[in-house]
Design a protein around this ligand. Structure first.
Ligand SMILES: Cc1cc2nc3c(=O)[nH]c(=O)nc-3n(C[C@H](O)[C@H](O)[C@H](O)COP(=O)(O)O)c2cc1C
Length: 216
């Protein structure tokens, strides 16, 4: 055990919490990216922040595959658009399509080639092999990866960049294109970059606090 180092929020905790809310509520998912470059160093810091997330038994059951190669981005776009075409034409239920309508999304995913980086998040079903090739367990990998994704999105926002949490399902093509081992399952496809000059986002709203908070 080592001593815990508490942080000083520089204000009352209520003020600090309110400021963080005011900052986080400006985050949006963006589907119109600029091709303006972002340094790899920036992406490394963002992935470090994601990797600092808590995880079941500290197993850190995640991998962040960072794609900047235009040829690989093209392959990912083509495979994602093929899945999305199926989704919008056949797989999606009428209710799902109704729920998506306000977002204005369709099967075209140009941003997968325009954004300078694609961060492809995988979550584990087993731990990485040790030197003897043995693979241990991982615990709550989906919950853990979800929390790490939240850290990642917050880090992107904090850097003044934008991202999209994209799920062109089924996402098995990401394992193939990126040549990932069997114990890694695709989790999220996250383009990261600057917003396009004319970027717009859907005019959607959050539930009020009374609808999401229950005090007992
Ligand atoms: C798990 C998850 C999967 C999502 N999948 C997609 C997707 O495949 N395509 C897309 O355009 N947006 C996707 N989104 C983005 C949501 O539509 C978006 O977060 C929501 O509409 C709220 O908008 P905001 O993030 O801009 O506030 C996804 C979000 C989450 C959390």
């Amino acid at each position: 055990m080592i001593p815990y180092r508490a942080i000083d929020p520089g204000a009352s905790c209520a003020i600090a919490a309110e400021r963080f809310y005011e900052f986080m509520k400006l985050r949006r998912n963006v589907r119109m990216f600029s091709d303006r470059p972002v340094s790899f160093e920036t992406i490394e810091w963002i992935v470090r922040a994601a990797g600092s997330a808590p995880s079941g038994a500290n197993k850190q059951p995640w991998r962040f595959v960072v794609v900047g190669d235009p040829a690989v981005k093209k392959q990912i776009r083509e495979a994602a658009e093929a899945e999305e075409r199926e989704f919008y034409r056949r797989r999606a239920t009428p209710e799902w399509l109704r729920d998506l309508a306000p977002l204005g999304t369709d099967e075209h995913k140009e941003f997968l080639e325009v954004a300078p980086w694609l961060i492809v998040m995988f979550r584990f079903v087993k731990d990485d092999p040790d030197e003897a090739g043995e693979q241990g367990q991982v615990y709550y990998p989906v919950e853990s990866a979800g929390i790490a994704a939240g850290f990642l999105l917050a880090a992107v926002h904090h850097a003044g960049l934008v991202a999209l949490t994209h799920t062109p399902s089924p996402m098995g093509f990401l394992s193939k294109v990126l040549n990932r081992p069997a114990h890694e399952r695709p989790f999220l496809l996250i383009p990261v970059g600057y917003p396009a000059d004319e970027c717009v986002v859907p005019d959607i709203h959050r539930k009020p606090l009374e609808k999401i908070l229950v005090r007992v």
